[in-house]
Design a protein around this ligand. Structure first.
Ligand SMILES: [Zn+2]
Length: 588
């Protein structure tokens, strides 16, 4: 089959990349440019010339299934050199199934980036990651699916890790990040007029009178217009050249836009036609930029809050000291593999808030020692400016990482002291805290009497609240205060995410995203701390809660009332029945 796609990927004019692959390679390209074909060719090359165990990851299991059925099977079937090596699917013990193809000297495993189980397969010399910008940021709470898959190859000195994708949103694109860390190869072609080697850029495409039929390429050097019929010859005489020096010389990156599509596939005329149609319609223009130019889209509506700006407005109050206007302290705990991050915030009327402290405690979350140190933080007393003392009223602990059962156990034992397990929910429009579910089940499948509870935390909602509040310029309701001792890293992490718009069938969907590889624990801790404040709303009258807590802290002649509020985690039912009060929420 000699269509444009095959011509591109099989390299009869030199665009092929198989022989230039490094230990880690990224292919950053427009859609329908034969990128998937290219990765299929890598599969073909691997089976025929460099066999070994290989893992091929698609964004989802469903897509892996489709790839296997619609592309790989026909690739193998139609290529004699491959079908000789791969056992036919019909024979029962061939080891050839939808998700696994055995061949002489190796095995090809297919999976989706949404399956942590699939990504934890045996060690693999080849790891192929296709459409990485469509991968989830986190898979089953086990972290970045790319990192999980890449780990499979770490024991092979002659490993090949290949990432491909059509890019998406600027600063949020995995493939762009990989490409920028590479030697940034571009395909240079000669100008038929002056011979100058150059890579094809959209800004050099010219047309007259809004007529796409006049599209031509203006040479970077002599300026002469190059009609499209020269393209085949230019591509044939072209070569890949690095335009940057990679930090790791084994990292190579390829970028191709649809301007390189071979004749008969996608013409410059079509590209100009599509541009003219899309130019005043942002969703269309984004798609065009991603798929035709193979470039990321800069989101103008993104709410990116500068870490610098926040640092500039930090105030001089001591860390760990509760300002006079605050009456409640909550804590958020983010659990990582070798540490916990802790965010302590004080809250006052109208949810005006103050950062008390943010820090990390290093240690093994499976060890008691680390949790003893967390106890020290959340059960100590915090001094107010006027000398009164208060304790942390609620603490939300993230149970979404690798230490779920440790977190459950820790929170179960401290439930009466306001410590609860939570799990972040990224869906939009969820409440800051939702209805808890019981999580301890015995071997018979029955819920244990003293079961731990886990509360869903609407982190998407909380982030929207946070970023809106960070924009406030005046102290008062909603305003967030920071103390000057907070580190630059704290501010960087707090503002590590931004809202990006994804278009699905023309509808804009806004979601919070962080740049792959960036840390965001300070942001998570704020979210959990705010979730903990909302946890108190389930137990106290929201409209008077700050007043109630403030009252309880004053040494006054209402000892009974004071006692009630100071220890809200005595069995609630008894308290409420003794003196039914509208100030206690009784629905839990
Ligand atoms: Zn020229």
């Amino acid at each position: 089959m000699e269509n444009g796609q095959d011509a591109l990927s099989q390299g009869n004019h030199g665009l092929h990349v198989v022989h230039k692959l490094g230990a880690k390679s990224s292919v950053h390209a427009g859609a329908q440019l034969g990128k998937t074909e290219c990765i299929n060719n890598v599969v073909g090359y691997m089976i025929a010339h460099a066999p070994g165990p290989a893992l091929f990851v698609q964004p989802t299991i469903e897509m892996a299934k489709r790839l296997s059925k619609q592309r790989l099977d026909s690739l193998i079937h139609e290529t004699p050199v491959l079908s000789e090596k791969v056992a036919p699917a019909r024979s029962r013990d061939s080891g050839n199934t939808m998700f696994s193809k055995s061949f002489d000297g190796g095995i090809l495993l297919l999976t989706g980036a949404n399956s942590a189980t699939g990504l934890r397969s045996a060690p693999c010399r080849w790891v192929l990651l296709d459409e990485v910008d469509a991968f989830p940021a986190d898979v089953d709470g086990e972290g970045d699916p790319c990192a999980l898959a890449e780990r499979r190859a770490s024991t092979f000195s002659r490993r090949k890790i290949i990432l491909t994708s059509t890019p998406t949103v600027k600063d949020m694109s995995r493939i762009e990040t990989e490409y920028l860390a590479s030697n940034q190869m571009r395909y240079f072609v000669p100008c038929p007029h002056c011979g100058q080697m150059q890579w094809l850029e959209w800004k050099n495409i010219r047309w007259r009178d809004s007529d796409p039929r006049t599209a031509a390429y203006a040479c970077n050097s002599c300026g002469a217009h190059i009609p499209e019929h020269h393209k085949s010859e230019m591509l044939r005489r072209g070569e890949w050249r690095a335009t940057a020096t990679a930090e790791d010389p084994r990292t190579v990156g390829f970028h191709l836009s649809s301007l390189y599509s071979p004749l008969g596939w996608k013409s410059w005329e079509e590209i100009v036609t599509e541009f003219l149609r899309a130019k005043s319609d942002p969703p269309l223009l984004k798609t065009w930029t991603n798929t035709v130019l193979g470039e990321t889209w800069e989101e103008e509506t993104g709410a990116k809050m500068g870490a610098e700006g926040l640092r500039d407005r930090a105030e001089f109050y001591p860390a760990d000291e509760v300002p006079a206007k605050a009456s409640i302290v909550t804590c958020g705990v983010d659990v990582q593999d070798n540490r916990v991050a802790i965010g302590l915030y004080a809250w006052g009327e109208g949810e005006e808030s103050w950062l008390l402290n943010h820090f990390e405690i290093f240690g093994d979350p499976a060890s008691k020692k680390l949790w003893d140190q967390v106890d020290d933080v959340i059960f100590r007393t915090y001094k107010k400016e006027d000398g009164t003392q208060l304790k942390v009223s609620a603490t939300g602990v993230d149970s979404g990482g690798h230490f779920t059962s440790e977190v459950y156990a820790y929170c179960r034992e401290r439930a009466k002291r306001g410590v609860f397990a939570l799990k972040g929910q990224s869906q939009r429009n969820k409440p800051a805290i939702g209805k808890p579910s019981k999580v301890d089940i015995n071997y018979k499948g029955q819920v244990l009497k003293n079961s731990a509870q886990v509360f869903p935390a609407g982190v998407d909602t909380i982030k929207t609240t946070l970023f809106a509040r960070l924009k406030l310029n005046e102290e008062g309701p909603g305003y967030i205060h920071f103390h000057a001792a907070a580190s630059p890293e704290y501010f960087k992490q707090l503002t590590s995410e931004r809202q990006v718009v994804r278009y699905v069938k023309g509808f804009a969907i806004r979601e919070w995203k962080k740049k792959p590889g960036d840390r965001n624990e300070a942001l998570d801790c704020f979210c959990y701390s705010y979730c903990a404040l909302n946890y108190l709303y389930m137990r106290f009258n929201r409209s008077t809660i700050f007043e109630q807590f403030a009252k309880a802290q004053e040494p006054k002649d209402e000892p009974q009332e004071q006692k009630r509020v100071e220890s809200p985690y005595q069995p609630t039912r008894r308290r409420v029945s003794r003196r039914p009060s509208s100030s206690f929420v009784t629905n839990w």
